[in-house]
Design a protein around this ligand. Sequence first.
Ligand SMILES: [Zn+2]
Length: 60
Amino acid sequence: MNPPCDLCGLDTGLKPFPLPTPAGEKLFCCEGCRGIYQMLHQIEEAPPPPAPESPPRSQP
Ligand SMILES: [Zn+2]
């Protein structure tokens, strides 16, 4: 038995569409569901690298 899609609840089948999130990996039945979930939760698939050290702001 396959896990249900995290968006619509349908069977994710043999090739689920995974999406790593801060709350753990989510699985979706199709790219559409994954895209919608990603959009709803503002999840970036590849988080940007940490910004380089920025100079401290001393001015108000
Ligand atoms: Zn789905």
